[in-house]
Design a protein around this ligand. Structure first.
Ligand code: S3P
Length: 427
């Protein structure tokens, strides 16, 4: 599907965005192994989270869809999953395949996990290897490094594991496996990654302790809880940046998750010169949320690197768009993880923004962007990567003439309704 974007002058809008993808996945998986009914409101009905629901149903758990955004997971407790009849399909979703690998490593049965062409290329050794160390049998293509993965779980022993990269997917897989392991499972990260799993496990009554960069979990029985999923800051990011890059704009995004492990984008936009205000701050199911208002002003280039990277890992494509219009250089470093996301996001964003006339260069571990104004609309590719498609659409707002985003249907992976929200800005 082609998405057509026309340039826009200044924006004044109050918008809502769909539920958080990471929290939606976790609510279904954790709900499935908790005793009782987990009622989930504002669930993200995107393709990735649908893949998780489908897999969980194949594992014998009833998930009732009251509406696309309101689910009830009829959890059967820690021993309630059953061997699936067929392979489990994670689709395009890294969170589904990696977190489920951890959960399945704890189950005394055989299962096979696979996904689309992008998932089958992405690295799985990062979860398979520590799960093997815990005692699970995990096979995979390419000497066990890629999906399809076959898992024969059960009889795990806790380990103390230092993850080589700050990745919430690795950490979460090991914590879920740790719920079924003898003794303690300790996961230490090189820098903090998103901590939604830890927060949700705590809320569901797990035996879990966080001490700085180390999280320790022991065998636990979970009790169902109701979850209200906050809006996804990674989806809000596209509209926050839209407000920031068009001087004179003012955009409010309502009910956005404000977990500090996810708010790196706000720090960066402020440093670039955007004015950000947070109102109506409250807590929902252990997660902070609130309304974010951005006022667009002239932006300046910044350096984005180090421990900040995991706090905005999914926002780098859209921050490259902010860098394109900022005065001076924006330098992104320490971001090699972007090469193994749904696409090679460093290459994809450098290639596509160049089509608009952006001065952007890919480096070994990031991007260098020299900001300027006066861009021309372009025909660009999504690489079937939702965040690349939306970043290109955003670039189209500040480019003269028409922009076409090819393969824009992939946006439904994380942000169904993106085009409607975008169209509402023109009114
Ligand atoms: C996610 C963690 C991040 C992020 C992904 C969602 C999660 O991946 O990029 O979109 O829900 O845990 P990594 O943990 O591999 O960095």
């Amino acid at each position: 599907m082609d998405m057509i974007i026309e340039p826009i002058k200044n924006l004044e809008s109050i918008i809502s965005i769909p539920g958080d993808k990471s929290i939606s996945h976790r609510s279904v998986m954790i709900g499935a192994i908790a005793a009782g009914i987990t009622d989930i409101e504002n669930f993200l009905p995107g393709e990735d989270c649908r893949s998780t629901v489908h897999c969980i149903r194949q594992l014998g758990i009833e998930v009732e869809e009251i509406s696309p955004t309101h689910l009830q997971v009829k959890g059967k407790g820690p021993g309630g999953l059953q061997e699936p009849e067929n392979h489990l399909d994670a689709g395009n979703s890294g969170t589904t395949i990696r977190l489920l690998s951890g959960l399945l490593a704890g189950q005394d049965f055989f299962s096979v996990l696979t996904g689309d062409a992008s998932i089958r290329r992405r690295p799985m050794a990062r979860v398979a290897e520590p799960l093997r160390q815990m005692g699970a049998q995990v096979w995979g293509r390419n000497e066990g490094r890629c999906a399809p993965l076959a898992i024969r779980g059960g009889h795990l022993t806790g380990i103390s594991y230092h993850t080589p990269v700050a990745s919430a997917q690795i950490k979460s897989a090991l914590l879920l496996a740790g719920l079924y392991a003898d003794g303690e499972t300790a996961v230490t990260e090189p820098a903090p990654s998103r901590d939604h799993t830890e927060k949700m496990l705590q809320a569901f009554g797990a035996n879990i302790k966080v001490n700085g960069l180390t999280t320790v979990v022991k065998t636990s029985s979970l009790t169902a809880r109701n979850v209200i999923v906050p809006g996804d800051i990674s989806s809000a990011a596209f509209f926050l940046v839209a407000g920031a890059i068009i001087p004179g704009s003012i955009i409010t995004v309502k009910n956005v998750g404000l977990n500090p492990t996810r708010t790196g984008i706000l720090d960066v936009l402020e440093e670039m010169g955007a004015k950000i205000t947070i109102t109506n701050q409250q807590e929902s199911s252990g997660e902070l949320m609130g309304d974010i208002t951005v006022e667009g002003q002239a932006l300046k280039g910044v350096i984005i690197a180090g421990d900040l990277i995991p706090r905005l890992i999914d926002e780098i494509p859209v921050l490259a768009v902010a860098g394109a219009v900022a005065e001076g250089k924006t330098i992104i470093r320490d971001a090699t993880e972007l090469k193994v996301k749904e696409s090679n996001r460093l290459k994809a964003i450098a290639t596509e923004l160049t089509r608009f006339g952006v001065d952007i260069q890919e480096t070994d571990d990031g991007l260098i962007i020299k900001g300027r104004r006066n861009f021309k609309g372009a025909v660009c590719n999504s690489y079937q990567d939702h965040r690349i498609a939306m970043a290109c659409a955003l670039m189209g707002l500040v480019a003269s003439g028409q922009t076409v985003v090819r393969g824009a249907e992939c946006i439904d992976i994380s942000f169904p309704g993106f085009q409607n929200v975008l169209n509402s800005l023109y009114i």
